[in-house]
Each structure stands twice: as C-alpha cells, then as structure tokens.
Design a protein around this ligand. Sequence first.
Ligand code: SF4
Ligand code: MG
Length: 325
Amino acid sequence: MKEILKVENLTTHFFTDKGVVRAVDGNSFSIYEGKTLGVVGESGCGKSITAMSILNLIEKPGQIVDGSVKFLGEELVGTTDKRIREIRGNEISMIFQEPMTSLNPVFKVGDQIGEALILHRNMSKKEAKNVGIEMLQLVGIPRAEKVIDDYPHQLSGGMRQRVMIAMSLACNPKLLIADEPTTALDVTIQAQILSLMNRLKTETDTAIMMITHDLGVVAQMADHVLVMYSGKIVESAPVNELYGNPKHPYTIGLLKSIPRLDETREELNTIEGTVPSPFELPQGCYFEPRCDKAMEICKHKHPETYKINENHTASCYLYAEEGEE
Ligand code: SF4
Ligand code: MG
C-alpha cells in the first residue's frame, strides 16, 4: 500500500487569553492510496483542526508547535506559502460542510471548477470547461452542459455539494480531505454522495480522509478509523475491528450510543458526563472522569498508546500489558 500522507506527533496549540488549548495533542497516523481513513469524535475533539493543520490553514492564535506532516515524503510543516498553495486544491483537495460558503456566489459553476485547472494544469478556458462538464457528469449531475453555466444559488444543496466534489476532484488529487461533507444534507442526498465518494475512491485511487461525528457514515466509508477525544487519538483500528472488537472505553461508549435498527430501545445509551473543558484537562487520562473502567493510575498519568495487534492501538491502561506501540 502506498503511503500518501504520514503524520507524526502532530501538535497544534491555541494560545488564548484563558490559557493554552492543546487542540491536537501529539497524534500520529498515515493515509494510504485508494483507502479512506475515517476520523470520528464529538465536536471540539480536534478533528477539523487536524485537517486544517495538515493543510497549513492554522491561523493565530493557533500554531503547529511540534510534529511532522509528510505528503508523498515531502515535509509540509514549515514549508513556504507558495509551495503549500501549489499543493492545496491541486494534489490535496478538500470539501467542507457547507457548500454555499465554499462556492463563490458570483461565479458560474464552470468558472469555479475551471479555476484550478487553468491555474495548476495550464489549461485554456475551453479545455477547462470541457473537463468541468466531464467532472459534473462523473458526480452524477444531469444536464451537466447546462449546469456548468449556472450560478450556485440556482442549484439545490445536494447539487452544490456534488459541484464541490467535482471541483475537488477536477485536479485528480492524491488526497481528498472531507470534513463533515454530508452533515448539512438530507438523508437521501447524503447516501448518494457517500456512495459516489466510495465509487470515486475505487475508480481514481484517491486517498480520502473522512472527518465526521457520525459513526454510521464511518461504517459505510472507512477502511481504517481514528477515534479522537480531547485532542488525542484514543483508538486506531481497521473499520471491522473497531465495530466488532472496540477496545477503548470511549469507543465502546460511542458505539453503544448509536441506535440499531434491529433493536427497540426506550432511550439512547449515551456516555455519562461531558467532554472536559480544554482549559481544565484532567491530569491523567482525559476520559477518566467519564470512564466506568477507571483505575487509580488513570487519575495521575496519561496512558501511552498500546498495541492490540499490528493494525490496532488503544490509549488506555487496560491494554498496557499488550505492549507499547
Ligand atoms: Fe478508562 Fe483508565 Fe482506560 Fe482512561 S486509561 S479509558 S480512565 S481505563
Ligand atoms: Mg469540525
């Protein structure tokens, strides 16, 4: 498997008046060609900041304070603005939650898809328009020759998100980062877009980083999953193993809280307690105040990452005897 992105000890802090927020707290992971890495966790756990750190989009008071992000072997942390702009929107593309904010309302769809092609691929306007039409067809937009001349407001939310995907795929990126790409859409459109992304992954071999709070989306999309809690990856596992044999108490709690179609239950099983304030993180394991398996040591020292097997790790003392990563 070809490693497209290798992230090591990525650490992003926000220096605020109230104190330092360790938004991304020393995380390591890789993303491979033709595979989807799912990143799950509740809002505020550092998923989006991880994506923005990879893309060098962190602005003050935030800063990457440690670690490395290698894209096809090239270090992106500390690289020039010029170089990162060449990579962004070309070799690495992104899709965000709200397509209306990411599409420019005053430009036609075709001009927005074509912009990157003209800029990065030296295409003429006409060539770019033709590729644009092809991309719109690829993402299942009917009457693409007409839609290419439409303005974003003339399209439905689902169509706009398809346009965003077409735009992000126009340059044939090696890596696509999708941050809650379907959260704002209704269930039917969501299902269509996810199956479209799955199809494109197999057809184009693009590596995908899929950020979501929705475990159902992850089950459908991901090959491997990272579970984040308070800025840290607490579990990392292949998708089947994560669902079939979850190890970290937080993951177990998350999985219990998804309603299952084959079960009738009076109410959802949610994890008791709330995510700790980023200004007052527990001294030991960040999950300790909510953990029903907590031991004395959990209160005092943050656990290392322990190996469950070759592809599965958990940051939890319950697995300490299985050996450090
Ligand atoms: Fe629970 Fe301790 Fe494991 Fe943290 S390290 S998840 S508190 S058992
Ligand atoms: Mg987010």
